[in-house]
Design a protein around this ligand. Structure first.
Ligand code: ADP
Ligand code: MG
Length: 699
């Protein structure tokens, strides 16, 4: 057996109870796990301070000296042990609040020690609580006198005596006990290409760096390796999927599509829309299952692309479904597709959580008999009881709201998995897309329909509200409509609800009936009331729509030209961008007004500045990624693959790109990794399969 697969309890000094803790707290089970449990930072153990030169802050410092006396001091609550530490010129106090007895007994007076820890200052007097201590003798014999690893840990581990020292000792033990050097995992040509250090040296130096240069080399090597294997696996998975997973062949473009194209197309398609339709056409005609992500900024016209692909499905005798994240959006899709389809011979149904039982059973019948061509709806459409006669295509709109598991459910809807098109208006930076969605092909609509004016975005403080109201009144005077959005971080939060209602009242006072009519929509309303209010707005019966973020996604009212976002500092960037996308859909100049208080965190400031500076969704996504980190951006379900051990998708972006293109090139040359030089890759992948499960996020 591979010695690295040895359970951790067999490591000297660990044993069953510590092993259990390590499993529970850090998910470390084997030697292999421990070896790849990397420090999250390093502390400098090469510099010694004199007490008189100590920095007057709470930094971590290291001092050489002797303990000249110890004293137990009784306090109100328990005791504390105080030792006087002398560096030959000055002295300071070391303090312990726990474990006194043991420490007192182990301290040897008048012996040279190296102490290390965080400083505490009382006026001019420094002290150091719970220092790490080592006799100078031991320190000199020790592993690291330069940079010392600090590992991620937990309170519980610390309380149970598994301190940093213990972890470091375990690491030392582990590196000693593994006799064979670690097998190289990368082919020599790649190692040579970037002058990487070998695996063995990298592992030793990541835990016990000899100096900064070697630490950096070790980090680079391990980051590259980590990213490279992720990319390699994603790309291989993609290759395999293409080879293995048969898809329906939509070979022809028939009457439905052609009639629509020549009679019903409401406008000329943009070049980007045409290109994307061609890309999809190719995908669905080649006998393999399509798994494609369609990215396009808000308002770029993804819906019609979806419709035209669904028409192709119908031309080939297949049913389609279109899933939207909210009921409002599903209904809107239903209505707009219905009107675009006009008198074409395509039947289309709507299924949401609030569909009545009778409607449901009628829909079911039509679906199973094949009478219905297109089903539009919310999550309801992927419930197990919804059965199609012959589904060939599933379109998922605003994909980031759908879990991957739900995507996977689609696959069970027919004998062969339907083609899947996921559409997102949250542009994902390419580099992230390629690590998270390496298993999807990507199409991008990078062009807005002609004639769109850029939405003018301004930031105003709450104190300027009257001016904003005046501006709103002027726009209404011109016949425009207004959105006013309030944050509802959690739809149940009373405070937010109150904000919304207060806002509604003050707007009602500023814009009184009968001259003004106001709609209100929020998550706590029954669906039919929401509908009614939306409808009034769409019909221009109301001029102002006061709403929570339920309108965030997809709602399309071209006559609305002003989006006022209240407490804009509380929204995330992608949400702000989505909201802004609700205006600028018609031919009029549109505005987005970000209202905030004066109190802004630095991050909030950056968000608001970014919004006023650019309307480019991709640029915004890049900033968002930097601010929030990838896991958050993608939602937890998808972040599995991003739980990297050492690389950082953002900071190590250049490595990611390099790793991806290397993996691509390698697979082009040697798709099955047969070449002799690629033996290490084959072996490593085989091992990874055995004990890693990073693929559970893929269906
Ligand atoms: P999104 O990509 O955000 O889903 P939609 O599909 O809702 O965008 O389209 C936004 C608006 O642009 C809709 O009113 C739609 O009818 C219109 N539209 C889409 N494509 C074009 C085009 N090629 N020319 C003009 N208008 C278009
Ligand atoms: Mg849309």
């Amino acid at each position: 057996m591979d010695p690295l697969q040895t359970p951790i309890e067999y490591l000297k000094g660990v044993g069953p109870s510590r092993a259990n803790l390590l499993k529970q707290e850090l998910n470390l089970h084997t030697f292999q796990d421990l070896l790849h449990f990397f420090p999250h930072r390093y502390i400098d153990r090469s510099t010694f301070y004199k007490i008189k030169d100590l920095p007057r802050n709470s930094s971590e410092v290291q001092i050489k000296g002797e303990i000249i006396k110890t004293e137990m001091i009784q306090q109100k609550r328990g005791k504390r042990l105080v030792a006087t530490f002398d560096d030959g010129e000055n002295n300071m106090e070391l303090v312990w609040f726990r474990g006194h007895q043991w420490i007192k007994e182990s301290i040897k007076l008048n012996k040279s020690y190296v102490i290390f820890g965080r400083l505490n200052w009382y006026g001019n007097r420094p002290n150091m609580p719970h220092p790490e201590m080592e006799t100078l003798e031991n320190f000199d014999k020790g592993f690291s006198k330069t940079l010392q690893a600090v590992y991620p840990s937990t309170e519980k581990l610390l309380n149970k005596g598994i301190s940093q020292r213990v972890i470091i000792k375990m690491m030392g033990e582990l590196l000693h006990s593994i006799k064979n050097p670690f097998v190289e995992t990368l082919p020599e040509d790649l190692i040579a290409k970037y002058q990487l250090i070998h695996k063995n040296e990298a592992l030793i130096n990541i835990h016990f760096p000899q100096d900064q240069t070697r630490l950096t080399a070790a980090q680079n090597r391990l980051k590259y390796e980590e990213l490279f294997f992720i990319q390699l696996q994603l790309l291989m998975k993609n290759l395999q999927r293409k080879q293995k997973i048969k898809g329906f062949v939509f070979e022809k473009v028939g009457d439905h599509f052609n009639n629509f194209f020549s009679n019903n197309l409401p406008f000329e398609l943009t070049e980007a829309q045409k290109r994307v339709i061609r890309e999809i056409r190719k995908d669905i005609g080649n006998g393999q299952q399509m798994n494609r992500l369609l990215q396009g900024d808000v308002g770029s016209g993804k819906t019609i692309v979806a419709l035209m692909v669904m028409l192709i499905a119908a031309d080939n005798g297949f049913q389609s479904c279109l899933m939207a994240p909210t009921e409002i959006l599903a209904k809107q899709h239903f209505n707009s597709l219905k009107s675009m389809i006009g008198d074409l011979d395509i039947s289309i149904g709507l299924l949401t959580g609030s569909s009545k039982k009778a409607e449901r059973s009628q829909l079911s019948e039509q679906l199973e008999s094949g009478e219905l061509d297109v089903l539009i709806g919310t999550h309801a459409v992927i419930e197990d009881k919804v059965l199609f006669k012959n589904i060939g295509l599933a379109v998922v709109d605003e994909q980031h709201r759908f879990g991957v598991a739900q995507r996977a459910k689609l696959w069970r809807k027919n004998t062969i998995p339907p083609h899947v098109l996921v559409m997102t208006a949250t542009p994902i930076p390419r580099t992230l897309a390629m690590s998270v969605y390496g298993d999807l092909d990507i199409s991008v609509i990078d062009e807005l329909p002609p004639g769109r004016k850029k939405v003018k975005t301004i930031h105003r403080y709450d104190s300027n509200r009257l001016k904003v109201f005046k501006f709103i009144a002027d726009e209404i005077q011109k016949g425009r409509q207004i959105y006013m959005v309030y944050p509802l971080i959690k739809e149940s939060e009373k405070m937010d609800y109150k904000d919304l209602m207060d806002g509604y009242e003050s707007i009602s006072r500023a814009f009184p009936p009968p001259q003004y009519q106001i709609s209100i929509v929020h998550g706590q309303m029954p669906a039919k009331d929401k509908d009614y209010e939306m409808h009034r707005f769409i019909k221009k019966q109301t001029q102002i729509m006061v709403a929570t973020t339920v309108i965030e996604v997809g709602v399309n009212v071209p006559n609305a030209s002003v989006m006022v976002i209240e407490s804009a500092e509380r929204f995330g960037l992608s949400q702000l961008h989505q909201l802004r996308g609700r205006v600028g859909r018609g031919n009029d100049q549109s505005y987005c007004i970000l209202m905030s208080s004066h109190k802004l965190t630095r991050e909030a400031k950056t968000r608001l500045e970014t919004m006023t500076a650019t309307t480019d969704g991709f640029q915004i996504a890049e900033v968002d990624l930097k601010l929030r980190g990838p896991g958050d951006l993608m939602g937890t379900q998808q972040s599995g693959v991003l739980q990297l051990k050492i690389a950082d998708i953002i900071k190590d972006n250049h490595w990611l790109k390099i790793a991806r293109s290397d993996a691509q090139e390698l697979l082009r040359e040697d798709p099955r990794l047969d070449a002799h030089k690629n033996i290490p890759l084959r072996q490593t992948l085989a091992k990874m399969k055995a004990y890693q499960n990073i693929w559970n996020y893929i269906s």
